[in-house]
Design a protein around this ligand. Structure first.
Ligand code: G1P
Length: 298
């Protein structure tokens, strides 16, 4: 069966970006001029996804507005012949988006469970908004390609520094059955470095079979007293194979302040409007900083 649907959980409170996220959805924070959630939606479309469900919560209205038509703005841009800007604005409305609210934030597993009726009896992709991925073939598409061969759930993973395992779901790999594709013994949510079975961390892309919903409905709260998607995947793996695909492209963690800044700089360095000035600015700043460093070392 072809994978056509994606679910983007976006109900998180964004506490890592307070006070900016007190009244604003963290998914709307821009990387230069594009809200982070738009990168995720664009990856879904580039992968051939046809329908996207965004699971939202309080203060998330701007996400809906962002992907809706804005007649006032569009007619203003038309009148002023600002065709390039008009194109940018119109592009964001050309998507089959659906929204559902998660009224109680009970964890990622619970957010994904809200998608049960939307997904029905089909395989689907879950895409987390904190991770922006860059590779020749979009990561969601890589998982969809795996599904065509295995007809099984496949979770994207990536090597992380060992001391950071407690920030992630970690897999216990069994065998590498083909290049970068693993059989998994078990999945553990946020283990300490002492307990982590490997350094292969779950990053924000999952291809799941619909059987996950049955597991989620019966899933007890786990780490952080939340209903964890990782725990449900571990249970699913006991009745049907769940594979892990190691991602070799570039991952940007925009859910973290430093990660967000690095992403903004790197994306800025490719952005036609600002790249030249930004590059020169970084070179000049670097020279100034190394002068400062030398002076303090004297
Ligand atoms: C979630 C998942 C975790 C995964 C991570 C990837 O954690 O629960 O398994 O490794 O996303 O970003 P969160 O970042 O929401 O704490």
């Amino acid at each position: 069966m072809k994978v056509k649907k994606a679910v983007i959980p976006a109900a998180g409170l964004g506490t890592r970006f307070l006070p900016a996220t007190k009244a604003m959805a963290k998914e709307m924070l821009p990387i230069v001029d594009k809200p982070t959630i738009q990168f995720i939606v664009e990856e879904a479309l580039a992968s051939g996804i046809e329908d996207i469900l965004i699971v939202t919560g309080k203060a998330k209205r701007p996400i809906e507005d962002h992907f809706d038509a804005n007649f006032e703005l569009e007619s203003n841009l038309k009148e002023k012949h600002k065709t390039e800007l008009l194109k940018l604005v119109e592009e964001t409305t050309d998507v089959n988006l659906h929204f559902i609210r998660q009224s109680h934030p009970k964890g990622l597993g619970h957010a994904v469970l809200q998608a049960k009726a939307f997904v029905g009896n089909e395989p689907f992709v879950v895409m987390l908004g904190d991770d922006i991925m860059n590779d020749e073939v979009p990561l969601s598409k890589q998982l969809m390609n795996d599904y065509e061969n295995t007809h099984a759930s496949t979770i994207a993973v990536m090597k992380v520094p060992h001391e950071e395992t407690s920030k992630y779901g970690i897999i216990n790999p069994e065998v590498e059955i083909s290049k970068g594709l693993y059989n998994v013994k078990n999945f553990v949510e946020k283990p300490s470095p002492e307990e982590a079975p490997s350094d292969l961390a779950i990053i924000g892309r999952y291809l799941l079979t619909p059987e996950i919903f049955h597991v989620l409905e019966n899933q007890k709260p786990g780490a952080g007293n939340e209903i964890q998607l990782t725990d449900a995947i571990d249970t699913l793996n006991k009745t049907q194979r769940v594979f892990a695909r190691e991602f070799k492209g570039k991952r940007y963690d925009v859910g973290d302040k430093f990660g967000f800044m690095k992403t903004s700089i790197e994306y800025g360095l490719t952005h036609p409007e600002v790249k030249d000035n930004l590059r020169q600015y970084i070179i000049d700043l670097g020279a100034e900083l190394s002068k400062e460093d030398k002076a303090t070392k004297k």
